[in-house]
Design a protein around this ligand. Structure first.
Ligand SMILES: O=C(O)CCC(=O)C(=O)O
Ligand SMILES: [Fe+2]
Length: 338
């Protein structure tokens, strides 16, 4: 018997620590390495004493070490204690989806190909392999935002969605795991198989799904970055805010001239697909609150060969619960083989 275990790459514990005040990603092994490697650049960005940043880096290390176990515990707690405002939202139904999205995925699944009318009618090509299309009905988006606000206002614990966005909601913890898995396998995979075959688009086997929120007094923008994903879906869940556009640059492995950025304005209920390794960021909102659903779509067939964060062959560490960062190892299960 073979057993697949989900893993993280060990670089998660040492790489890509984001220092928001100085808009800098750093690697952190220990004090000496950090001071030696980053003092100069931090000083040039106005940091008077780089050593003062060490406690926050040590705290982030601890958060990362305990992340998967603590996340699993929060998930159990929320399942017991959280009272959903709209319980029906938690099971994906075709009626939540824009009929144009359903048609689009059916056209693609039937392999009518790139020239099929349903494809060109509903899928907008923004160049650089970035595509947008309708995803949900506006009624569904309104109800989901009400649900999210209900949870935000509850006294129950909330985790930051990822290492850069400090505010938002991890959807697996709130009970949306089945929902996102069905969305991924029944609707998104036909599209990603066609559009990103070279990024494992036909072999997506896990995801990390979260809501990012931007509001005055919390995060209002997001620094330029790449995702821990092969392909990313980003859906706008509301429209009552000002500004907050996305901008895209070059792929992570390519030179990135600042002059060649592609802008994108979110539209309520519309989704955007892009390669996770294409650099992007979000400009500040100037009014209101912005809620977006982000799904980092992952393919172990791609990432088991090269980690998208350290760019090396991943050094795997199994997680006890959940899907880790979507890497896998397959073990022979000795007990069941006996
Ligand atoms: O703010 C957005 O719409 C983009 C968020 C994003 O890029 C991310 O969370 O990885
Ligand atoms: Fe991103």
């Amino acid at each position: 018997m073979f057993r697949t275990q989900y893993c993280v790459c060990r670089c998660f514990f040492t790489h890509n620590y984001f220092i928001k005040e100085f808009d800098l990603h750093v690697n952190f092994n220990d004090r000496t390495q950090f001071v030696k490697e980053y003092s100069e650049v931090l000083t040039s960005r106005g940091c008077s004493n780089p050593e003062q940043l060490i406690p926050q880096l040590e705290q982030e290390y601890k958060r990362r070490r305990n992340l998967h176990d603590e996340s699993w515990e929060r998930r159990q707690l929320l399942a017991r204690e959280y009272k959903p405002l709209h319980p029906h939202l938690y099971t994906l139904q075709a009626s939540f989806l824009d009929p144009k999205f359903v048609e689009l995925t059916q056209v693609v699944a039937k392999e009518l190909g790139q020239t099929g009318e349903g494809l060109t009618k509903h899928l907008k090509d923004h160049h650089q392999r970035i595509y947008s299309f309708p995803v949900f009905t506006t009624q569904f988006c309104h109800a989901l935002v009400e649900e999210l606000a209900n949870y935000e206002q509850s006294p129950l614990p909330k985790a930051r969605p990822n290492t850069m966005n400090a505010y938002g909601i991890k959807l697996d913890e709130l009970g949306f795991d089945e929902f996102v898995t069905r969305l991924r396998s029944d609707y998104l995979t036909p599209l990603t198989r066609l559009l990103y075959p070279d990024w494992g688009g036909g072999q997506l086997d896990s995801h990390k799904a979260f809501i990012v929120t931007y509001r005055e007094g919390q995060d209002v923008d997001l620094a330029y970055h790449y995702d821990n994903a092969e392909v990313t879906l980003n859906v706008a869940l509301n429209g009552d805010y000002q500004d907050g556009e996305l901008y895209f640059g070059a792929m992570r492995t390519e030179e990135d001239p600042k002059t060649r950025r592609l802008g994108y304005t979110h539209h309520l209920a519309r989704g955007l697909l892009h390669r996770g390794q294409q650099r992007h960021g979000a400009l500040p909102i100037t009014e209101g609150v912005r809620y977006n659903l982000i799904i980092w779509l992952r393919s172990s067939s791609i990432r088991n060969r090269q980690c998208p964060m350290c760019c090396l062959e991943p050094e795997l560490e199994a997680v006890r619960q959940g899907c880790g960062d979507g890497f896998t190892i397959t073990n022979t299960d000795v007990c069941s083989a006996l």
